[in-house]
Design a protein around this ligand. Structure first.
Ligand code: TIU
Length: 224
């Protein structure tokens, strides 16, 4: 019998099987969470995202203890920018933008310090890290292939930002037949209103994109 758990999510409780569930940690990178990166260059207050770090640690520790598949993603580009659409590079008319030098190296470039995942949530040995050129984690990556090979059906979703990379990824996953459970305190936005509405949008209409729970409910579900 597979180990089945129930999480007390909204809009209604949902079952998940340990062997068919992955924790997906989206873009918890210095470029979004620390001063001097892409998030700040866009005009954002990065401190707003930092309250997600402790809940993400709780979810990550619980997932690892339960033996769940854990997958991390990073948004970023090749050093030669060949994988960055010109429209993305020019967006915002930024004085300093993608590929330019910043305090944490070239902004949103793979291999640069700012592109790396924050130390608090560093991937453990053997946990796949998906480097993605877009906002969605499925676009031009091998995430779907990895999930299918592991026969994953449910994604527990953490990361930043709620209305951009988390939403895009959840929508992509939902259309591919995955069940997404977004942990509200583990996802963050630079805009409190977008956080609130972004969460509402996922669970509205009977769970149109998935379910919403939090790190405490996730831990409780794993212990049940
Ligand atoms: N700007 C913003 O809110 N987000 C991004 O650019 N990328 C992610 O959400 N990871």
């Amino acid at each position: 019998m597979p180990a089945t758990h129930v999480i007390n999510a909204e809009p209604y409780p949902v079952k998940f099987e340990l062997a068919a569930t992955a924790l997906l940690v989206i873009d918890m990178q210095k470029d979004f969470l620390e001063p001097g990166g892409f998030g700040e260059m866009l005009g954002n207050d990065v401190s707003l995202l930092r309250k997600t770090i402790a809940p993400c640690q709780t979810a990550l520790n619980a997932a690892r203890s339960a033996g769940l598949t854990v997958i991390h993603t990073r948004e970023g580009h090749r050093a030669d920018l060949a994988d960055a659409p010109p429209t993305k590079l020019s967006r915002g008319n930024l004085a300093t933008g993608i590929g330019d030098d910043g305090p944490m190296g070239r902004i949103l470039i793979r291999g640069e310090p700012g592109h790396d995942i924050i130390a608090e949530l560093a991937p453990a040995e053997g946990e796949p890290v998906i480097d993605k050129p877009g906002k969605g984690a499925f676009y031009e990556t091998d995430l779907d292939l990895i999930l299918k090979n592991k026969t994953i059906r449910t994604l527990i979703v953490c990361g930043v930002t709620t209305e951009v990379c988390v939403h895009t990824t959840v929508r992509e996953a939902n259309d591919r037949g995955y069940e997404c459970i977004v942990l509200e305190d583990c996802v963050g936005s630079y805009f409190p209103e977008f956080q609130r509405i972004g969460i509402e949008m996922i669970k509205a209409q009977g769970g149109i994109f998935g379910w919403v729970a939090d790190s405490k409910k996730f831990v409780e579900a794993l212990q049940s």
